[in-house]
Design a protein around this ligand. Sequence first.
Ligand code: ZN
Length: 255
Amino acid sequence: MRLAVFGDIHANLQALEAVLADAREWMSCERYLCLGDVVGYGANPRECIEKVRALGCLLVRGNHDEITAIDVSLEGFSPLAEEALVWTRKMVDAEQRAWLGSLPYRLEEAGIEAVHASLHEPRRWPYLYNQDEVQMSSQHQTRPVCFLGHTHVLKFWRVPTPDGVLEPLTRLRKPSIDALPLELLHLQTNYLYTLNAGSVGQPRDGDVRAGYLVFDDVQQTVVPRRVEYDVELAQARILEAGLPRRLADRLTLGK
Ligand code: ZN
């Protein structure tokens, strides 16, 4: 069975539709796992919520989903994110907010688990940028593979078990597009994997294309996919909605 693993959609309907079409038509995915942040930043929160709901997929909550669902302070968010979240709260209806607020922080399945930010203190939304932070997350791992998102940067790590030292499976080089592990990853036994799926709707690794992963549980492989979508239309929607221009601009910068 092939599982499409995707997250950080950020209300970018054009990117989401392109990813779902690629997963279905090219990669023959039959199941879907959403890593959260369905909303925030982009212009189509309502439509993205309904598209993801219609998949009936495995799902965890992201920090933007949570902040849209509940009336808590927006302290800690950048001014750009804050402006978009105030707008997003107005756009989604009460029923959609309740759905966002019902999503679990993490989930476990046969052989895999998923969380938006980190298995270590998932409710505090830490960013896994450095080795120590990833190692902390993997210490809480109960399955061989953990999928996560949040940084919007596609990256893989593994830890030999038991008690091994974490090793990154992708080396960062410039231009950053070279750093992407575009080939498939063969999962081996005796390792714990932490796999960041990148972002559907707002990639920040220098590649403007929508990103997601395909996990094959029989072959034990993971394929990173990048999919072209109508970036200009997504940008036009953001401007029409009256959202900050920088949110539109960053889609062509890939950061
Ligand atoms: Zn995000």
